[in-house]
Design a protein around this ligand. Structure first.
Ligand code: SIN
Length: 528
């Protein structure tokens, strides 16, 4: 057993921001199932939204965030995150973070869908994630140790039910244990449990499943954001084509060159994502291809080097000025329920970044708000843990660990089938029939919610955790009998405010049974 002060699972922006702030005070181990740079954050093209422009205000950014999120959030909480985010971004700018600037030296602020003004900071054109991750990594010291290529497959709890460590598996099947009084999930979302996804292939919801199996409450799992424009490769997708391309003037057209967003929404190509994604999806279901017409974008290759390379890699020539696009899964608004510091319903367990449901994004996330949220919650949790350390005696590692138990059953399905079924039945548009079909298929796998995964291979564990997350999304989507944000039901079109306004769906592991409940008042207790 390896002991440390804080274990962070995952290595995206929230994880590195947390580690950066903790390293002066505490020893940190970051564990990732891949290489450190294999995260969604690293892939982020768009940028970081912050109200730092001359005419911008926290209130305006918060209003856009609330509108995109269909007012499912608490406005006060959203404002606080944006206020903290603005301060952190100003600090990073002064610290020399590599944000792009115009020729006159001013910051180059980009525009994205559903923002009422240009407020997106970016780096290296469309390489924002890469630049920021490298900047944060450069600031880490030897107090932060990286463990790569180990899959965290179980959260260890002590006899009091407190989280006190993790179990990992290496590719050779060997099992390892790490203990700490604080375990932080920062594993990203679950985008790659859909067959069409902008996410890194490894981002399949591990942290959400681990937290659920350990007994933490999850929330809002039905709200899934589908990005309108992934590079279309026929029936598959090749990666993200940033909304910033539309922000720079690109148009959405069909094969006959007609603009498909005309008459759909006053903001046209920059309408909220679920509206654009739904429209493109409808066109494609009718057998029509959809393209981004990039001819209005000046200096495309210079502004969007990653997308240019992506197209080249897939032999898509930009000389005709058209990029074929398809919607695909992009972001999970729900996740492990936390308070405003990243604390969960389990003592000693925290969640930050996309794995968490902090209440920032509501029913649909405003573009480029996720890197901001990662920076804010990384800092907030660091402040909490440092204060906690000052108030308590040092951790001795003498926890009485509870052994994992239970038999989950046999994994007999191919994860590719699960992903395709998720896309078809729990995708951009759902209804009772499609959701029930998927639920029946999940149930037919005869698996159950247990933690005794030691006997499984790494691949089987991954597939099992995907099954758990798929169950959580499907059950929540069935219960919410309305359409709101990233949850669109063809059998319940439109919002039903009398029944569902500001009501969340909670997912609770009740003695190995999934309990799906409508939270009337956010009455669940976050450990204090
Ligand atoms: C994009 O670049 O379109 C994605 C940005 C985001 O989802 O925040």
């Amino acid at each position: 057993m390896t002991n440390t002060d804080v274990i962070i699972v995952g290595s995206g922006i929230a994880a590195l921001q947390l580690a950066r702030q903790l390293q002066e005070h505490l020893n940190v181990i970051i564990i990732t199932k891949n290489k450190v740079k294999d995260s969604n954050s690293y892939l982020a093209q768009g940028g970081v939204a912050a109200p730092i422009g001359k005419f911008d205000k926290v209130e305006l950014h918060a209003k856009d965030t609330m509108t995109a999120g269909c007012n499912h959030q608490s406005e006060e909480a959203v404002k606080n995150v944006i206020r903290d985010g603005k301060r952190i971004i100003e600090y990073l700018i002064n610290d020399g973070a590599p944000f792009d600037r115009k020729s006159n030296g001013d910051l180059a602020l980009g525009m994205e869908g559903a923002h009422s003004m240009a407020r997106i900071l970016h780096s290296g054109g469309d390489q924002t994630g890469k630049y920021i991750i490298e900047y944060l990594l450069d600031a880490l010291t030897e107090k932060v140790r990286f463990v790569e290529k180990e899959l965290v497959y179980e959260l260890i709890k002590n006899e009091r039910g407190h989280c006190c460590g993790v179990k990992t598996m290496k590719g050779d099947g060997s099992i390892h244990r790490y203990s700490a009084p604080h375990v932080v999930l920062s594993t990203g979302g679950a985008g790659s449990i859909y067959s069409l996804s902008s996410n890194a292939p490894t981002v399949t919801g591990d942290g959400m499943a681990l937290a659920f199996l350990a007994g933490a409450a999850l929330s809002d799992m039905e709200f899934i954001q589908f990005h309108p424009t992934l590079l279309s490769l026929g029936s598959t997708s090749g990666g993200l084509v940033s909304e910033a391309v539309r922000g720079e003037g690109a148009l959405l057209i069909n094969g006959s060159g007609e603009r498909i967003m005309e008459g759909v929404h006053p903001l046209l190509e920059l309408a909220p994502r679920h509206i654009v994604a739904e429209k493109i999806n409808r066109e494609r279901i009718e057998g029509k291809a959809v393209y981004l017409d990039i001819t209005p974008v000046k200096d495309f290759e210079t502004k969007f080097p990653s997308i240019t390379k992506l197209c080249e890699n897939h032999h898509i020539s930009l000389s005709q000025g058209k990029i074929p696009v398809t919607p695909g899964c992009h972001f999970t608004m729900g996740g492990v329920l936390t308070d405003e510091e990243g604390k969960t319903t389990i003592h000693g367990l925290y969640a930050i970044g996309e794995v968490a449901c902090t209440g920032m994004h509501g029913a649909n996330r405003l573009a480029s708000n996720s890197l901001l949220e990662g920076l804010v919650f990384g800092e907030r949790l660091a402040n909490h843990l440092v204060t906690f350390k000052r108030k308590t005696s040092p951790f001795t590692g003498a926890y009485n660990v509870q052994e994992s138990k239970g038999n989950i059953g046999e994994i007999t399905f191919d994860p590719t089938e699960l992903k395709e079924r998720m896309m078809r039945d729990v995708g951009i548009i759902r209804n009772e029939q499609s959701l029930t079909r998927h639920l029946n298929w999940l149930n037919a796998q005869s698996l159950s919610f247990h933690t005794g995964l030691d006997r499984l291979s790494e691949n089987e564990i991954q597939t099992y955790l995907m099954w758990v997350v798929s169950m959580l999304i499907t059950q929540s989507a069935l219960l919410r009998t309305e359409s709101r944000g990233g949850h669109i039901r063809s059998d319940y079109p439109g919002e039903n405010n009398s029944e569902w306004f500001k009501k969340s769906i909670l997912l609770i592991n009740d003695n190995h049974q999934l309990r799906v409940v409508r939270d009337e008042q956010h009455q669940i207790e976050i450990y204090a």
